[in-house]
Structure formats: structure tokens, C-alpha cells
Design a protein around this ligand. Structure first.
Ligand code: ATP
Length: 649
């Protein structure tokens, strides 16, 4: 094991010479630099403290954590000091850069398995160490796995790490929304109860898929959609056909991590014992394979930025395709997302873009094989857990299938409501019973609502659509579609058109799909939701409308959220109600639907509370076990002390 040296790095900016930029994150720019007195190349992460604004506590935590840790697979801070309005964090320079950037420049379809296992074992070693020390990393992803010139692998970025053993406010902050949507565990999104170190295991599984494919599952989708897909679909996994090149043990390992119930995920210690990791190779092997032939980090980073600039310029002309922009941010390795409310509104509308999901969300039968431990079996898809394979429908299953979809929506709505609470600090009694816009929308569309119908896509249809040159927009998520222009609904969770589960089966027995509005027609009224530079310009101040622009953890909650918040919540209620009480809804005619469903909303809330209490209880038991482990560890260390003294005497 590497040992911390007593070398004292200078605490003055003038003792360092900054060279080229080698990385950029949400809150910082990273430079290659020279530590002049030691004539040593280092990396300096320059954090703009004004940009961090209300998250100074997070910065302090990151630096503290980085200074205290001492593990060969964790990037540690050599020193840190303020410089002007910035904080400089000096770390060892990792000339290979992040795995994400290596993939983007030379391995666009991902690495080979021997490389992946070597990288992942190092990351898992780091996680096992962190977890044993009581830390949750909370941002495990390829962009935070750094590779040194000799193939050393280090997990970086403690910007969002949390201590599991803190109490009071800090403990409660584990209920906040941090991390990166694609890598974020469902329990973190759900906000039902806190989460623990198992959230890192989920992200680790997602990172494994990322390294295997060159991108994370759902990475091309906007954050809101990623949230919904993660909550609704079965966990992502390997594709039986496409991923034949990967071993069974790799697939099993990933499936063990990507179980929605955190209790069923293995601990990092346990996972390290998985057969898969026996195949890990040396650092030297990594250097020889993935670093040979890649250009110097600064150059790679510059090229990436140029491509991005070109892309953005093009994109202005191309009317801002948000999915591409989202992908672009992903390529840059940015963690946090700007949850601009306008954009959330648009995203919440479950737009009908074609989900050509490269990750088959099912866990293949092959993956299920070989599990000795039933507790780590990936969960089976259930009606509650609606997924791509649920969408493979034969015509005679139409009615059953629709029932599935309705069940999904019923459970989905309460969960997404919980998730949105995370964004907007919504309290239960915040949920308005009406909103002018909503009422208008409802009234002006009352007869259309009576036609509100539900449908889903068959997988074949979806794949065909995705394959063709003329990509028709499709979606395997259940959706409500309302015919005609729905200007009032543009910002709600309601998509644009509805087609009938009962009537729209044509003579051949095929389902007819209602007209789906093209994405361009949709009202993406908000700014591009994920513009880091825009975020930079958002201080914690009151804006013109008087609403506070707030930062929640790593995420920005922008102003004007009151009405959109209501709209979104009402929309969710509406979806819930439409799915559960469709008949009543149409009978009710012009009655305000928000008045006819309070009982169901209340019931759901109470159910959610019961679940919440049960889960809190389980979570406390888990925490207790963990504390016991740490206690035992400390006792062992204490017991060892007198012996050492004895030896010294
Ligand atoms: N020590 C280092 N050596 C080389 N490159 C580095 C080093 N530290 C960071 N980088 C590069 O800089 C990028 C941004 O760094 P970092 O992730 O710490 O910033 P951040 O603001 O916390 O980013 P994010 O929140 O998006 O993860 C990394 O993805 C990596 O490519």
C-alpha cells in the first residue's frame, strides 16, 4: 500500500505554475500544473467558491475527506488553500485522465473485459475502504475513475460524498438528491427514506455497463426521463445478443449490483469476493492496453471541448435537440444537472421520442444463472416494475397488458411525486388542490379527457421504429396521449395524445397508435436544462420575480417554480387518477377532476407513509449492523494497542 508522505506541499498559488486545462466539472476546472519547489507535476482543481455558493459545506467535506483518506485507489488531496475567490485543491496528476475521456477518445464502444475487470476491482477496493470508513462516495462513474501514466487507478471526486455516521442535519442530508441521474440508485431518486452505502453499489453496476458499452444506460435521455426510467423499468443490464463477448461471471456480477432493493445488493466487501474479480490484471497491463496510443490528456481535453463548441454552434441552428445536448454534457463528464423547472415540465411530459434503448432492461436468463445466493438474485419484472419486456404484447394479451400498464402508472405516480418532492421541497400539504392553468386546461379539454385512453407499444414495433430511417417517435413507457394541440398541457406530465386501449385495435388486431406529435412541436419553453455555464450565472439570489434561485446539493432549482410545481404535481395526480379511475373520470364529465380524487390521493399518501416507516426501520437496522461492524473494528484496533506498547517496552 502507498503511504502518505510527510512532504508539505506549499500553500501559496505563486508556488505553482498552471499549465493546460485537463478537465472540467460542475464546480471546478482542473489544470495540469507544476509545483515549483518540488519540481513535480500535479493536478490542481480550481473551485470557484462563488459557483459553489450554498454548497460550501460540500466543498469543505470534499477536501476533508480527500485529506484523510489513504488508499492506493483513491485520489487524495496533497493540500488545499484559498486563492482569490477560488479554492485550490492539489492532487497527484493522473496523466491518463478519466476512463470516460479515454473511452471517448479511443474506445467509443467500451473496453474489453480484462480491462474492465482490472478497472472495476480497483474501484471496488476503493469503495470497500470508503464504506469501512463510513463514507458513501455517491458519484461513482467512469468520469471519476482516473488512470495514471503507469496504469494506477484512482477513484476521484468527493464532491458529493457523505459520511454515514454523521448525525443530525448531516444525517438527514442523506435524504437529499445528489449524484448523477444515470448512475443514481432508485432509492436515492425515490426520496422515500434515506439511503446508504448500497447506493454506491448500484452506481458501480451502472459504471460496469458504462465501461462495457462506452456509455451509461439511458445516458442519451434528459434527466427527468432517466429518473422515470430508472424507477419504472426493470434494472438495466446486458443485452443477450449484443453482449455475447462478455463472460457469464461479469453479467452475474453486474446483475447482483443492479437490484432495485438495496438490501439485496451485496456489500462492497462481499462483491470483492465475486469470481469475476479473480480475472483482474496488473496496472502495467492497463497502461499497455488503454493508454498506448491515446494523445496527451490536455490535447484530448482540448479536442473534446472543440467538438463540443462545434456541436453547440450547430445545435443552435438545429433548434436545440435536448437529447443530444444531454449526451454532450455526458461526454464532458459533468455530474450535476440543472433542474430548470421549465425543462422539468417539458421532460415530465414523457415526450414521445423513440427509446431505442441500447440496454435491454431485462436481466437475461443467463444472468440469473449461477446465483448461489438467492438473496442476490436480480428481481423479477413485475407489473409494478413495468419494463421493456412487459411491452412485448401479443394481441390477445391486450387487456391484461393494459392492466399492467395501469398498475404501473398507479405505483409510478406516487413514487415520482416523492421524487419531485426532492426537487421542489414539496411538503404533503403543499400539494395544491387546484391551479388556474390546470382548471383551464381541464375545462377546455373536458371532452378530450373523456377520450383519454391508455396504450403501450410492442417491443417489435418499437424496435422497428428505431431501426428505420424514418424514426417515428415511440416510447416503451406507458403514455397518455391527447389528440390535438394541448397548449395548457405543454408543461405538465401529460403527454400530448391519448389513444384507446379498448377501441383502437384495428381489424387485423394490430394496435393503432394515435398521432404522436413530433418533438419539435412540443413546448420546450425552458432554456437548455443542462448548461453548466448557465448554472455558473445563477447565484443564490432573488430573481426578478422574487423567487429564490436555490441550489440543492449539486442541483440547481431555478426560480418561478411555484406554478410549474403545482402544474407538475397536479399533472401527476391527474395521471394517477386517470389510470386508477378512468371510468369515474369519464362519468364525471365536466366536474373538476381534482375534487373527485382526494380520497385516492390521501390513500396513496398513507400507503407511502407506511412503506416509508417500514423502510426506515429496515434502514435503521442496517445502519445499526454497520455501526456494530465499525465498533468491532475499533475494538480490535484498541485491543491491538497495548500489545504494541508491550513490544516497545
Ligand atoms: N488529478 C487529476 N489528474 C488528471 N485529471 C483530473 C484530475 N482530477 C480531475 N481530473 C479531470 O477533471 C475532470 C473534472 O474533475 P472533478 O470530477 O473533480 O470536478 P467536479 O467539478 O467535481 O466534476 P463533476 O462534479 O462533474 O464530477 C475529471 O472528470 C477528470 O477528467
Amino acid at each position: 500500500m502507498e503511504h502518505r508522505s510527510d512532504k508539505r506541499y506549499p500553500l501559496n498559488a505563486t508556488d505553482y505554475k498552471l499549465y493546460e486545462e485537463v478537465g472540467e466539472g460542475v464546480s471546478a476546472t482542473v489544470y495540469r500544473a507544476l509545483c515549483i519547489p518540488f519540481n513535480e507535476i500535479v493536478a490542481i482543481k480550481v473551485l470557484d467558491l462563488e459557483r459553489c455558493n450554498s454548497d460550501l459545506d460540500g466543498v469543505r467535506r470534499e477536501v476533508q475527506t480527500m485529506k484523510l483518506i489513504d488508499h492506493p485507489n483513491i485520489l487524495r488531496a496533497l493540500c488545499s488553500f484559498p486563492s482569490g475567490r477560488n479554492l485550490w485543491i492539489v492532487t497527484p496528476y493522473m496523466s491518463g485522465g478519466s476512463c470516460l475521456h479515454i473511452m471517448k477518445s479511443a474506445y467509443r464502444d467500451g473496453f474489453e473485459e480484462p480491462v474492465i475487470v482490472t478497472l472495476l476491482r480497483a474501484v471496488l477496493n476503493a469503495l470497500a475502504y470508503l464504506h469501512a470508513q463510513g463514507h458513501i462516495h455517491r458519484d461513482v462513474k467512469a468520469g471519476n475513475i482516473l488512470v495514471g501514466s503507469s496504469g494506477a487507478v484512482k477513484l476521484a471526486d468527493f464532491g458529493v460524498s457523505a459520511c454515514m455516521f454523521e448525525s443530525g442535519d448531516r444525517q438527514r442530508s442523506r435524504n437529499t438528491f445528489v449524484g448523477t441521474p444515470c448512475w443514481m440508485a432508485p432509492e436515492v431518486m425515490q426520496q422515500l427514506h434515506g439511503y446508504n452505502f448500497k447506493a454506491d453499489i448500484w452506481s458501480f453496476g451502472i459504471t460496469a455497463l458504462e465501461l462495457a458499452h462506452g456509455h451509461a444506460p439511458f445516458s442519451k435521455y434528459p434527466p427527468m426521463k432517466v429518473l422515470l426510467m430508472t424507477l419504472q423499468n426493470a434494472p438495466p443490464g446486458f443485452d443477450y445478443e449484443r453482449d455475447k463477448r462478455f463472460s457469464k461471471s461479469f453479467k452475474q456480477m453486474v446483475a447482483a449490483c443492479l437490484v432495485k432493493d438495496p438490501k439485496k445488493r451485496p456489500t462492497s466487501e462481499k462483491l470483492l469476493k465475486h469470481n469475476f474479480f479473480k480475472h483482474a490484471r496488473s496496472n502495467e497491463y492497463l497502461a499497455r492496453t488503454i493508454l498506448a496510443g491515446v494523445s496527451p490528456l490536455g490535447e484530448r481535453f482540448r479536442m473534446l471541448k472543440e467538438t463540443e463548441a462545434e456541436f453547440l454552434a450547430q445545435n443552435k441552428v438545429m433548434n436545440e435537440d435536448k437529447e443530444q445536448l444531454s449526451q454532450q454534457e455526458y461526454i464532458r463528464g459533468i455530474s450535476a444537472w440543472n433542474f430548470n423547472v421549465e425543462d422539468l415540465k417539458a421532460q415530465a411530459a414523457l415526450d414521445d421520442d423513440g427509446i431505442c434503448n441500447s440496454e435491454h432492461p431485462d436481466v437475461s436468463s443467463e444472468q440469473k444463472d449461477g446465483y448461489n445466493d438467492a438473496s442476490s438474485m436480480p428481481e423479477k419484472p413485475s407489473p409494478e416494475n413495468f419494463n421493456h419486456s412487459n411491452a412485448i404484447l401479443v394481441q390477445e394479451d391486450v387487456v391484461n397488458d393494459l392492466q399492467n400498464v395501469e398498475n404501473t402508472l398507479a405505483s409510478f405516480s406516487i413514487r415520482s411525486l416523492q421524487a419531485l418532492k426532492g426537487y421542489f421541497d414539496v411538503r404533503d400539504n403543499d400539494i395544491p388542490t387546484s391551479s388556474p392553468d390546470w382548471k383551464d386546461a381541464h375545462q377546455s379539454n373536458s371532452d378530450q379527457q373523456s377520450q383519454m385512453q391508455l396504450s403501450s407499444m410492442t417491443e417489435d414495433q418499437e424496435l422497428n421504429k428505431c431501426d428505420g430511417e424514418n424514426l417515428e417517435r415511440s416510447n416503451f413507457l406507458p403514455k397518455y396521449v391527447i389528440p390535438g394541440r394541448q397548449k395548457f398541457f405543454s408543461g405538465s406530465i401529460l403527454p400530448d395524445n391519448v389513444f384507446s386501449p379498448h377501441e383502437k385495435v384495428n381489424e387485423d388486431g394490430d394496435r393503432e397508435y394515435g398521432h404522436v406529435k413530433s418533438q419539435n412541436e412540443q413546448n420546450y419553453s425552458g432554456q437548455f436544462y443542462h448548461q453548466k455555464r448557465d448554472m455558473d450565472n445563477l447565484p443564490n439570489v432573488e430573481d426578478a420575480s422574487g423567487a429564490v434561485i436555490q441550489r440543492k446539493g449539486r442541483f440547481k432549482v431555478t426560480s418561478g417554480d411555484l406554478i410549474p410545481k403545482e402544474q407538475i404535481i397536479n399533472a401527476i395526480k391527474y395521471v394517477e387518477q386517470s389510470s386508477g379511475h378512468q371510468a369515474e373520470s369519464s362519468d364525471a364529465g365536466g366536474t373538476d377532476i381534482l375534487q373527485i380524487f382526494p380520497a385516492s390521493v390521501r390513500e396513496n399518501e398513507l400507503q407511502a407513509r407506511v412503506v416509508h416507516l417500514q423502510q426506515s426501520n429496515e434502514s435503521l437496522v442496517e445502519d445499526l449492523q454497520r455501526l456494530n461492524m465499525v465498533n468491532a473494528q475499533l475494538e480490535r484496533q484498541l485491543n491491538a494497542l497495548p500489545n504494541k506498547q508491550g513490544e516497545g517496552i
